[in-house]
Design a protein around this ligand. Structure first.
Ligand code: PLP
Length: 389
């Protein structure tokens, strides 16, 4: 074949080492071993039945045609209302655009604010697709680590030190994957000051905003930030709809018009019946409270069990779908720890170092298992950590 573009060849799956543990754990589970998978980031339950019914009704109706590029009006109204709740400032439908999932929203946001050769700052630990999302735009980025001992909160001094003349954007994620950190208002205000001082965009990935435990603080709601913030949102986590592929971006109306032009050459609109089902799910908050309560209960079960262990420490882990455990007192090499835990106790976790330097010496545990399974996993982890040589 003729040579592919450098851009597409530059997109290479990341986190390879960590995923090797995950892939092996799956293979052993498939082969019949009693493996507890705590490495996956997808719900163990189905989409709420009301949302499924809404989709069936929509597909039986006449929702089979092309849809408007930024999303069907009812969906945009529902997304705008959700953004008002998420970001704390009144949002109108012309300030939101539907995308096929949060990842596509991230891709669109990066394409919209960075040119080839521009630079961005990415606060780490971060979601595994971020580096490739920048590569796909031909942009470079600097990773700014957040110290574990500081609860993985962003640090303004470190971000300032990473700024370059061609820096155009900062990307953050709160509640965070993989750390479960929920960024404090104070730290977000410091970040907002940097963006305003240096005329930067803030790309704020808030796909876990309903799973944060307490009050959700969106940087878009801070003074002077609405005009320079693009918020990434998704139905996947909050509404139990990972496979439906629906997300959205919230930002200045002028930027949303430009993004609509991007949709012209990418999605050309989203499926009509999915859009209607998502609108109904957003309007009625189908499953949102139940899903948030389920993850909160699971987090409590796991953290209570872990807090009784004298050689394992919790950092971050306040929201989202994951907890981050510092296992360095048991074994400083987190990858070695993850492999040994899989071999000895049949528990599959992600080594922290696959999410960057700051998460080294940690393991990421997914809460996508029922409480009794998490209890059993904690029992196995305790046995492993207390007898490890
Ligand atoms: N952002 C973060 C932080 C995530 O963890 C994920 C998925 O796990 C996404 C974005 C993308 O989610 P989706 O494309 O399913 O909306």
């Amino acid at each position: 074949m003729p040579r592919p573009s450098k851009r597409i060849s530059g997109i290479v799956p990341s986190g390879k080492d960590g995923w090797e543990v995950h892939t092996e754990a799956w293979a052993r589970k498939e082969a019949g071993q009693d493996i507890i998978m705590l490495s996956v980031g997808d719900h163990d339950f189905d989409t709420p039945s009301q949302t499924i019914e809404a989709c069936v009704t929509a597909v039986r109706g006449s929702n089979h045609h092309y849809t408007p590029l930024p999303g069907v009006p009812r969906l945009r109204r529902a997304m705008a209302a959700a953004s008002t709740a998420c970001t704390g400032i009144e949002t109108s439908p012309n300030q939101v655009i539907a995308t096929p999932g949060g990842q596509a929203a991230l891709y669109a946001a990066v394409q919209a604010v960075l040119d080839q050769g521009d630079h961005a700052i990415v606060v780490a630990p971060y979601y595994a697709t971020y580096p490739n999302t920048f590569s796909a735009a031909g942009a470079s980025f600097t990773v700014v680590e957040t110290p574990a001992e500081d609860g993985f909160q962003p640090r303004a001094d470190r971000i300032r030190a990473a700024l370059k003349p061609n820096t155009r954007a900062i990307l953050i994620n709160t509640p965070n994957n993989p750390t479960g950190a929920v960024y404090s208002r104070e730290r977000l205000e410091e970040l907002a000051d940097i963006c305003k001082e240096h005329d930067l965009w803030l790309l704020s990935d808030e796909v876990y905003w309903t799973l944060g435990g307490g009050e959700h603080v969106s940087p878009r709601g801070l003074p002077g930030m609405a005009e320079r913030t693009l918020v990434i949102n998704s139905m996947s986590k909050s509404h139990g709809m990972t496979g439906w592929r629906m997300g959205w971006l919230t930002g200045p109306a002028q930027m949303i018009t430009l993004l609509t032009n991007l949709n012209l050459v990418t999605t050309y609109g989203l499926p009509a019946f999915i859009s209607i089902a998502c609108a109904e799910a957003l309007e009625n908050r189908y499953g949102v409270k139940e899903i948030a309560e389920r993850y909160a209960a699971r987090r409590t079960v796991l953290l209570d069990a872990v807090r009784g262990m004298n050689n394992v420490t919790v950092h971050g882990s306040e929201g989202g779908m994951y907890v981050m455990l510092d296992i360095s007192a048991v074994e400083p090499d987190d990858e070695k720890f993850a492999w040994a835990l899989l071999d000895a106790e049949k528990v599959g976790v992600m080594p922290g170092s696959s999410f960057g330097h700051a998460a080294a010496g940690h393991i990421r545990i997914s809460l996508c298992q029922p409480e009794p399974v998490l209890q059993e996993a904690a029992k196995r982890l305790r046995r492993f950590a207390s007898s490890y040589r």
